[in-house]
Structures are given as C-alpha cells and as structure tokens.
Design a protein around this ligand. Structure first.
Ligand code: ZN
Length: 256
C-alpha cells in the first residue's frame, strides 16, 4: 500500500440494478463499494451515477439527487459529480445551477454519451448552450469521447472550462489522445479504463503532456481499482509525479 493520498476522479456509485455497471456480480451497498475503494488504497472518490438511455430529465435529476445524498452520508470520502443531457438543454442548465449554487458541486461527469443516449454529441448546439453556463460555476467537465475533432472543438470553444478526457486507450489512439491533451491548456486526461495495462503508458503520457495534465481514475465498479493504483505505482515514476497524479492535479482543478 502506498503512502500517497489517492483521489479517484472517475467512479460511478451504484444504488440499484440500473446504476450498477459491474460486470459479473452486484456491487452491493455504497458502503461496501467505498470499502472496496479504500482497500485498494484510495482515500477519496469522485464521480456521477449513470443509467442506460434515460427516458426523461426527471431520471437524470434523480441520479444527481442520489449523488448529493451519498455525499451527505460520506462527506469525507465522496465528491459528487452530476449528469446533464443535451436532449434537455434548458433543464440541464437549471440543474447545473441547482447543484452548483445550492449544493457546492464542482464536477460534471463523467458524461457518457454512448451509454446515456447522445453518443459523442459534445459539440452540438444544445451541448454548447449547456457548457456556456459552466464557467460561471468554475465546474470541471469529465467526458467520454472517442472523436478527437469533437474534443478539439469543445476545448477551443470554451478555453475557460477545464475538461478531463476519460480513458487513455491504447496504441495510436492513445498517442493521438495524449497529444491532443498536450495541445490544449484546458484539457486533462484521466487514466481510467483501457490503458494502464499497456506497460509504460503513464511514462509516455508524462513525456508527451507533462505530469500536470494527468489524473488518477479507475471507472469503478466496472474496473478493479487496485489494478489502477498498483499499475500506476509499478511504473516507478517520480514522487513528484505521483503527488500530482494521485491527488494534486485534481485538487488544483477543484481549487481546493
Ligand atoms: Zn466511466
């Protein structure tokens, strides 16, 4: 076990069958999930609840209410992330205001379009309407996007928003993604999902984008969080890197 403070910026708490994306077993209660994360050496975790193809904005709001309620029960451990949806731009704007002003939320996402029914639709008119109000609340946007043209358009259009791209992926795709991260001051990468198992990925990421642009994330409960903690440590990078990667960069983005 490491002595580093480790903040997992990319989890999806599960509260029922619809929000539980663990593959082979049920995730169990929230306490059990957080005990799992702690057992992997994680000291805090951030992220949103997700469902497949929500039918209404009410359903999305319920996810956000659940995130806020989990934060109230585990204030020292869980940092809530909220969901919005480009099919509901006005409702999404009001929801950002409600959660950011009323409840001190600073993290939007991970937004997962392919799951929630809007694919890589981050550069649309509706999404731009929503993103336009984000700088007012200094919130960070964590998003899943395979299309780097879309990523570039969003970063260019909103230089005052800090975006965290989810997942390195591998090979040429990873190299293009990390080069895009290096290109934009307001774009970061979280290491969740595919990537860490390709030995040397983190070292390469630091070489290309620098240690200030990378954040620790696991995508728990889909993924085994210990794989990410240990996989990162096994690359034997500098103490300074691990302090930034595991917690420093996240805290800086949140202004804490
Ligand atoms: Zn995710």
């Amino acid at each position: 076990m490491s002595n580093f403070e480790i903040i997992d910026c990319h989890i999806h708490p599960a509260i029922d069958k619809k929000t539980d994306f663990r593959w082979y077993h049920k995730s169990g209660g929230v306490k059990k999930q957080f005990d799992d994360l702690k057992r992997a050496g994680i000291t805090k975790a951030c992220g949103s609840l997700v469902v497949r193809n929500p039918a209404s904005f009410k359903e999305i709001k319920q996810l956000n209410d659940a995130a806020l309620s989990i934060r109230d029960r585990y204030p020292g451990f869980y940092i809530p992330g909220i969901q919005i949806h480009p099919n509901f731009p006005d409702e999404s704007c009001r929801e950002i205001e409600r959660c950011c002003i009323g409840h001190g939320v600073r993290w939007i996402g991970e937004l997962v379009g392919y799951l929630m029914g809007f694919t890589d639709d981050y550069a649309s008119k509706n999404m731009f309407q929503i993103l336009k109000i984000v700088p007012k609340f200094k919130a960070v946007v964590n998003f899943h996007c395979a299309d780097l043209n879309v990523v570039e358009r969003v970063c260019k259009r909103f230089p005052e928003i800090n975006f965290v791209l989810a997942h390195p992926w591998e090979g040429e795709v990873f190299l293009s993604r990390i080069k895009t991260v290096a290109k934009f001051d307001n774009l970061y990468l979280d290491c969740s999902g595919t990537g860490i198992d390709r030995y040397g990925m983190l070292r390469k990421a630091v070489e290309i984008a620098g240690r200030k642009k990378l954040l620790f994330g696991s995508d728990y409960p889909i993924n085994n969080p210990a794989v990410y903690v240990h996989g990162a440590l096994f690359e034997k990078l500098s103490e300074r890197f691990y302090r930034d990667f595991f917690s420093g960069n996240f805290k800086k983005l949140l202004g804490t």
